[in-house]
Design a protein around this ligand. Sequence first.
Ligand SMILES: [Zn+2]
Length: 187
Amino acid sequence: MTSNVDALFARGGFAPDRVFTPQGDYGRYQCATPCIPSTWDSRPLITRLLAAYDPATGAVTDPSALPRCPNCGGEVEINVRIGPEFVDTPYLPAGRRLQQWLGTAHVDTRLLILEFGAGFNTPGVVRWPGEHLTRHFPHARLVRVNSTHPETPADLSGRTLPVPVEAGDLLDALTLPHLTPDPTETP
Ligand SMILES: [Zn+2]
């Protein structure tokens, strides 16, 4: 579950269908209205647009290359959550899978929630849901890696671990050579 909208998890090797990105994806377009709940890969549209772009004048020489909604012909916009027109259809299945997986957990499930860099820009996407889950499962633990807002709710005392560092610094420290398995070693 991430608020990232650059498909960074998928580009980093995570299976896209196992990443819930409720804030959308900069790599997709949608109708600005929207007239239909569809989204489109932006790459072929951008490729076409660049071919019609004159860098000397900054003009698009072929107006038909401008991205348009294939259904209504209207303007398109990036498919990220910027207002009520946001089309969330592509992201709902992953959200449902996450809910189904959580639904298989029982009251004794020892859930470990690792949260990286979820502050207060959009706390409803990752930060608060993680706290709710920790509350819901009595044996859950929450690790909050956050350099500026590592604080955790008082009612979860004893079940949280605030780590007040930059996520990148922590991950770098965790991948130091002495911690990386030696490929020549026999398992
Ligand atoms: Zn449209």
